[in-house]
Design a protein around this ligand. Structure first.
Ligand code: NDP
Length: 340
């Protein structure tokens, strides 16, 4: 067994899009396994858009990663030593190991993973945080009804994949919005969405024109993953008593909203008022108590082939920064993972 681990720390804070110099690869001594702790050799690390927020020193729902601190993140791997009766070497565990090839955590902060149920990395994707986010937000906040129309951006990403397919299973019309013809074709042909619009290079006006065709009965649920021109295109097409679920706004993670965005506020307020819209933001970590219900409901549908998914996997801890920066630009296709 090795006595060192490799990890990637935040070397400096990005001013807009992250660059290589914001990260540093380090080798440090492996932690001693304390009482009640478990040492895991990580096999897959998850890359998620929220990590961009952790790089900023601004007030948010979670603390920023300190300069020199290990980048935050979830991973899954094999237990190689345990001082807790709940875990044995050879078990698989998922937890917040950070961007590192090993992790030593208290057993109560780990979730045991059964590799016989599904490939272990799906605990970071379709049956992990992104899938859970989609299932919880849609069912608890979206209040979906068969026959309604749902629009979702980043439609072929980790969250969008689950939201759109679950909405289709519930009988909704699903219109995806994604970057490029290949992703749009996948959304319709493989994920079963009713339509998918390529947003790249389009203004809010152009997107609104395409949405009117794709959503002839208006929009009942808008799942906000992106912000950007799509949000503006959607607002005037929301139906009365529609629901807007604020999950993320990746178009703005690297930049502050442009000054002219302030001019949109009256338009948004007016539409929210006259259409009696519900606008609900949520953070999935407030709802872990419902994770088991999600897994019980969704995992069998994946096993039955009713829900499909796709993964973008690069190999080696050193690929984490590049894969992360690529995800922010849409170079991923499905859930972004790094295999160690
Ligand atoms: P994805 O797998 O969807 O990957 C990110 C995708 O964002 C890219 O592939 C790209 O897709 C899209 N994107 C990048 N830049 C833009 C842009 N300027 N405009 C529109 N789309 C863009 O990530 P996730 O599924 O993990 O996350 C989706 C959203 O959900 C994010 O906003 C994330 O922060 C949020 N989230 C929120 C949670 C919560 O608790 N509220 C929990 C988990 C995720 P494309 O090529 O199609 O442009």
């Amino acid at each position: 067994m090795t006595d060192t681990q490799q990890q990637i720390v935040l070397a400096s804070r990005p001013s807009s899009a992250p660059v290589d110099a914001n990260f540093r690869l380090e080798t440090v001594a492996l932690s001693a396994v304390g009482q009640g702790e478990v040492l895991v050799r990580v096999q897959y690390l998850s890359l998620d858009p929220y990590m961009r927020g952790r790089m900023n020193d601004t007030k948010s729902y979670a603390d920023p990663v300190p300069i020199g601190g290990v980048m935050e993140g979830m991973g899954v791997g094999e237990v190689i030593a345990s001082n807790d009766p709940g875990f044995q070497p050879g078990d698989f565990a998922m937890g917040g190991f950070g961007w590192a090839d090993h992790g030593c955590l208290p057993a109560k902060k780990l979730r045991k993973i059964d590799p016989a149920l599904a490939p272990v990395q799906t605990s970071l994707g379709i049956i992990g945080l992104p899938g859970f986010t989609g299932w919880y937000g849609l069912t608890a906040l979206g209040k979906p009804k068969a026959g309604e129309t749902l629009v979702i951006g980043s439609a072929t990403g980790a969250v969008g994949t689950l939201v759109g397919q679950w909405a289709r299973l519930l009988g909704l019309r699903v219109v995806g919005v994604a970057g490029g013809a290949e992703k749009c074709a996948y959304a319709v042909e493989k994920l079963g969405f009713d339509a998918c619009i390529d947003y790249r290079g389009k203004t809010a006006e152009a997107l609104a024109t395409e949405l009117k065709v794709a959503c002839p009965d208006g929009i009942d649920i808008y799942w906000e993953n992106t912000g950007g021109p799509l949000t503006e295109a959607v607002i005037e097409q929301m139906n009365g008593f529609g629901r807007m679920i604020l999950c993320g706004m990746i178009a703005w993670y690297n930049e502050k909203p442009k000054p002219d965005a302030e001019n949109l506020l009256p338009k948004f307020w007016r539409n929210i008022l006259v259409n009696r819209l519900s606008v609900q933001g949520f953070i999935i970590s407030d709802h872990w108590d419902q994770l088991q219900s999600f897994v019980a409901e969704v995992a069998p549908r994946i096993a039955a082939g009713d829900i499909t998914y796709r993964e973008s996997i690069t190999e080696g801890l050193e690929t984490m920064p590049t894969a992360f920066m690529g995800m922010l630009e849409g170079k991923n296709f499905g859930k972004t993972l790094v295999k160690l």
